[in-house]
Ligand binder design. Sequence first.
Ligand SMILES: Nc1ncnc2c1ncn2[C@@H]1O[C@H](COP(=O)(O)OP(=O)(O)OP(=O)(O)O)[C@@H](O)[C@H]1O
Ligand SMILES: [Mg+2]
Length: 247
Amino acid sequence: MHVVEFRKVSKSYTAGKIELPVLHDLSFGIDAGKFVVLLGPSGSGKSTLLNLVGGLDLPTQGDILVCGEDIGRMSDDALTRFRGAHVGFIFQSFNLIPVLTAAENVEYPLLNTSMPADRRKRRVKRLLAAVGLEARANHLPGELSGGQRQRVAIARALVRKPKLVIADEPTANLDSRTTASILDLMRHIQRQYGISFLLASHDARVMREADVTIHLLDGSIRQIETTRDADASVPPAPPPASSGLAP
Ligand SMILES: Nc1ncnc2c1ncn2[C@@H]1O[C@H](COP(=O)(O)OP(=O)(O)OP(=O)(O)O)[C@@H](O)[C@H]1O
Ligand SMILES: [Mg+2]
């Protein structure tokens, strides 16, 4: 099953009267449950592609299927609901809400669901523990290190149990030790729960973790490479009862 499928997708931006083509007629599929790294020089269209997958922007042409559903055919409301239920986002600059604590940031995507408060609190607590931040639950983002902020952002991305996590340069603002621990954490989550990850990066350490590498150059796909033998990876296990992702 493809978690993401592009069918003849093009994207142009318009600046005044000038049309700037950015992605050119892309057709490809990404298998579910993989750690996929989108690689390409600055300006090649990585963020543009991720924004399309996440339904944050619309293609100029073509169809995009996420978890088998054509996101271009959804109403705005349906797309917002679909995104909330199936896709988690992690950003380079963490994008936490500065006036909310770590726990409140993680809880935030659950506030517009029908989940009762006690269940919400329990899930947030488990997730903060899963990312190693139980002791920082009541800290504001400004009171956390960069790596800790990114852990909060990862917990927030997972809180609604998405099928796909999209991350745009998630380690670009982190030092190399913190990058390694954030990568380990994402890799662990991807393997343990079978969640698909799609990350844009230029970082060699991120590349080394990829099951699949998509090489983007000037808005075209040069190559899709299986960089890690599927048999060598641990098969996805059901979430243990104590994990942040258990029901
Ligand atoms: N909102 C926009 N309006 C006009 N042009 C844009 C817009 N966003 C991106 N572009 C242009 O699209 C091209 C691709 O940009 P994009 O941000 O997708 O690249 P990227 O691969 O993510 O680069 P980086 O590695 O620097 O983040 C660039 O030439 C950029 O200038
Ligand atoms: Mg970018």
